[in-house]
Design a binder for this molecule. Structure first.
Ligand code: ADE
Length: 288
């Protein structure tokens, strides 16, 4: 069972949707929410991945369901949310985590590639949130957490993703204002460099760059999937009842590094939190 720092039963009787729930941070968050009593609706494009995570969660006594869906498809998102509401009568939480991009400098990104990344990382999140609001949360409240990225100051070789994530931060702020009247809180989590299966999408030529990332972080290490999940769970929970419109950075202080300012050596290394006994080390960091 997932070792969460939050109290057992925190999400009892609640239905939470996690997009991109078939792998990485989404999978980890689904495990944590299920361990805390939520029923988790796993959304993603790959039915096999979703089924595997559903089985993993069932094997440790949790409840999850697989809901394959392409979040770029407006009609499919509308039908998905309608089906979840028809079955459960409620949606308490939405974790807008599905994402995807490919490394490329701006000058080489085609219109098709640009639009694909914007659709997945910005438009898809908007569609999921809008439908959850209109079909469920408007009536009884809820919480949305949008997963973005550490894109402050630009995102070299990921300009499409950086633009989409920055857009999602602004969407978070507008939705927080417009939806507060319904008792719906909208926040974002911005992970920094996290040792997650998503890293394996980078080409082998970037291996050395990726392995050097921790040297650019004041806490001098990668984050764990569980450290991102904990922030998401906090923002979904009643502990965050007065928090809306914020973006919580979970990045070991990376954006606080200043050019020319030497980075002090670590005297007391921070201990990574890994409540997720099923975490996979990405191949680029030596996993199999
Ligand atoms: N994960 C990555 N891209 C996705 C998409 N278009 N729909 C659902 N999950 C996704």
């Amino acid at each position: 069972m997932y070792r969460s720092v939050f109290k057992p039963g925190l999400f009892k009787d609640q239905l939470t949707i996690v997009t991109g729930g078939g792998s990485g941070i989404g999978r980890c968050t689904a495990h944590e929410l299920a361990a805390l009593g939520a029923t988790v609706a796993l959304v993603g494009r790959d039915p096999d991945k979703l089924a595997r995570v559903r089985e993993e969660i069932a094997a440790v006594g949790g409840v999850a369901q697989a809901w394959p869906c392409n979040i770029r498809d407006e009609a499919a998102v509308q039908a998905l949310v309608a089906a979840i509401v028809a079955e459960h009568g409620r949606i308490d939480g939405l974790v807008n985590n599905a994402g995807g991009q490919f490394p490329a400098p701006l000058k080489d990104i085609s219109l098709k590639g640009w639009e694909a990344v914007l659709q997945t990382n910005l438009t898809g999140g908007f569609l999921m949130a809008r439908e959850c609001l209109n079909q469920a949360m408007q009536a009884r409240g809820g919480a949305v957490v949008n997963i973005v990225a550490d894109m402050w100051g630009g995102m070299p070789n990921m300009g499409h993703s950086g633009a989409a994530r920055a857009g999602m931060v602004n969407f978070t702020e507008t939705a927080a204002f417009e939806w507060a009247q319904y008792g719906v809180r909208v926040n974002a989590v911005a992970p920094g460099y996290v040792a997650s299966s998503g890293m394996d999408a980078y080409p082998p030529s970037m291996k050395q760059t990726i392995q050097a990332f921790p040297q650019t972080v004041p806490l001098k290490r990668f984050g764990t999937e569980a450290e991102i999940s904990a922030a998401i769970v906090f923002l979904l929970s009643e502990a965050a009842a007065f928090i809306t419109g914020t973006t919580l950075r979970v990045d070991g202080g990376r954006p606080n590094v200043r050019p020319g300012m030497p980075m002090p050596a670590l005297r007391n290394p921070s201990v990574p939190f890994d409540g997720f006994h099923l975490a996979q080390t990405p191949k680029v960091l030596g996993g199999d």
